[in-house]
Design a protein around this ligand. Structure first.
Ligand code: NDP
Length: 495
């Protein structure tokens, strides 16, 4: 038998009474001097940190990324530089709109955020289970997210807010179709694909650049709940996805994803038939075939959920040498927003928390702030340049210049030619990607969701959204109109 450990308070002071507070007599009032009581209650009151505004409900696991194919012609990123090389990863899955206690099988996109611990620092690829998004300009993001949260008066989710917003923002149509298909209710987290979603760039050792999209294809196969199954599971087991991931990994059934990229040259990006940096569109696989890169495997559930999952923080700004940004406007916005969110949620030194900490060298002059856990630089200089330490800014870590095609100006994409085709890809998706059963479920799911629209603007919202479905595909629009009991006249179809 192991020797019992002594119970102590947070400062290591052993104490004898953990369940009864010192009082004046057996029935008397409690004494202020029993500070263990204060410490227990005060710490308990502070157990919650602010919930993430989006992606609050999630789970995560550690694993490995292994390179299986040589892509060094495109990138000098060290994580990819040798076939067989492995990097440790942490992956957090999540739903988006629901609170921390919400059900895992809600209809929602799923977050797919990967942290690669590389020798050039931590690379965060903060994606979703869809290759596209609802909006393409970050200024729209807070408004859009408000519609996915609770109505300010009723404090309930509101189909009216959602469809009002979507119908007024037709660029959302592609993602709305994905969301309303059965991929909007995935069977846990193991059976979905992940996508970096944004266009990023890769830079090789000759300083040549290409644009890139990242794909993580589930080796478990795609598996979804139908709408009915997902609704039932909300009651049966609201933590279904969390439980499923933990159970699989704990029994050694390690989930895997095949990591692939699509590559577009700078020349191709200039002549591509739509803006390749538009997050509401995909790059066709026929034009830009998937290239194998490696395998990501999850094989360890963190010992403590709060320590590693709740405190994990991913930032699209965190790319490593050989990987860089693109003019994708949503990516540009997220480069700012994510680090800011983490500093608010877990503090200025959030990157010193074990799950976020780079396991390789971190040398800089950032000091102090709440929770400076890493020794705070000890007695080393806290300014740069200085005559005492030997830390240098290595000029080899420089990106090639990004070519721009316009002047800085009040330039708004909604006015630009070629930026407003919101219908071609949703039409292809409906006609060519979905099976007959997928189409049937999609239509039923949309009709069910739109039936929840209520209030004086109901007819306006439905008609406006129907116009978008018609523009993508007449048959799709017709089926949804019929399902909603709306009589379609010529004017709706031409609107
Ligand atoms: P492809 O036929 O080569 O690719 C179609 C893709 O659609 C596959 O990656 C497939 O993923 C995915 N898919 C299949 N069913 C669904 C579904 N119900 N919901 C979401 N995705 C699904 O054609 P293209 O590359 O030319 O794309 C055609 C259309 O497919 C696009 O307009 C877009 O709407 C959709 N799509 C395209 C993707 C891309 O990156 N090119 C990625 C995802 C969707 P899987 O192999 O895992 O089944």
């Amino acid at each position: 038998m192991s020797i019992p450990k002594k119970l102590t308070n947070a400062s290591g002071i052993p104490y004898a009474h953990n369940e009864d507070t010192m009082s004046i007599g057996a029935r008397g009032p409690l004494l202020l001097q029993d500070f263990i009581l204060h410490e227990k209650l005060a710490h308990f009151n502070r157990e919650r940190i602010p919930e993430r505004v989006v992606h609050a409900k999630g789970t995560g696991a550690y694993g490995t990324f292994t390179v299986t194919n040589d892509i060094t012609q495109y990138t000098r990123a060290k994580v990819f530089n040798t076939i067989g090389k492995q990097a440790k990863v942490f992956l957090r899955f999540s739903t988006v709109g629901g609170e921390k206690g919400s059900a895992d099988t809600e209809r929602d996109p799923r977050g797919f955020a990967v942290k690669f611990y590389t020798e050039d620092g931590n690379w965060d690829l903060v994606g979703n289970n869809t290759p596209i998004f609802f909006v393409k300009d970050p200024k729209k993001f807070p408004d859009f997210i408000h519609t996915q949260k609770r109505d300010p008066r009723t404090n309930t989710k509101s189909p009216t807010m959602m469809w009002d917003y979507w119908s007024l923002n037709p660029e959302s149509l592609h993602q709305v179709l994905f969301l309303m298909s059965d991929r909007g209710t995935p069977y846990g987290y193991r059976h979905l694909n992940g996508y970096g979603s944004h266009t990023f760039s890769l830079i090789n050792d000759k300083n040549e650049k290409v644009y890139v999209k990242f794909h993580f294809k589930t080796a478990q196969g795609i598996k979804n709940f139908t709408n009915e199954e997902a609704s039932k599971m909300k009651g049966d087991d609201p933590d279904f996805a969390q439980r499923d991931l933990v159970a699989a990994i704990d029994k050694g059934d390690f989930p895997k994803w095949n990591v692939k990229i699509q590559v577009m040259t700078l020349e191709q990006s200039k002549t591509h038939h739509f803006n390749p940096f538009d997050l509401t569109k995909v790059w066709s696989h026929k034009e830009y075939p998937l290239i194998d890169v490696g395998v990501l495997e999850l094989n360890q559930i963190p010992a403590n959920y709060f320590a590693d999952v709740e405190q994990s923080a991913f930032a699209p700004a965190h790319v490593v040498d050989g990987i860089s940004y693109s003019p994708d406007k949503m990516l540009q916005g997220r480069i700012l927003a994510y680090n800011d969110a983490h500093r608010y949620r877990i503090g200025a030194n959030y990157e010193q928390l074990p799950v976020n900490r780079c396991p390789y060298a971190v040398n800089n002059y950032q000091r102090d702030g709440a929770m400076a856990l890493n020794g705070n630089g000890g007695s080393e200089p806290n300014y740069f340049p200085n005559s005492f330490d030997h830390i240098e800014a290595d000029q080899n870590y420089t990106d090639p210049p990004m070519e721009l095609d316009s002047n800085i100006a009040d330039w708004y994409s909604r006015n630009a030619e070629g930026e407003n085709d919101h219908y071609t890809q949703p039409g292809i998706f409906y006609r060519e990607t979905l099976s007959a059963q997928d189409k049937k479920n999609l239509i039923n799911n949309i009709v069910g969701a739109m039936s929840g629209i209520s209030g004086p603007k109901r007819a306006d919202i439905i008609n406006r959204q129907l116009c978008h479905f018609f523009r993508a595909d007449i048959g799709l629009g017709m089926s949804i109109a019929q399902g909603l009991g709306v009589t379609v006249d010529e004017s709706v179809m031409k609107h």
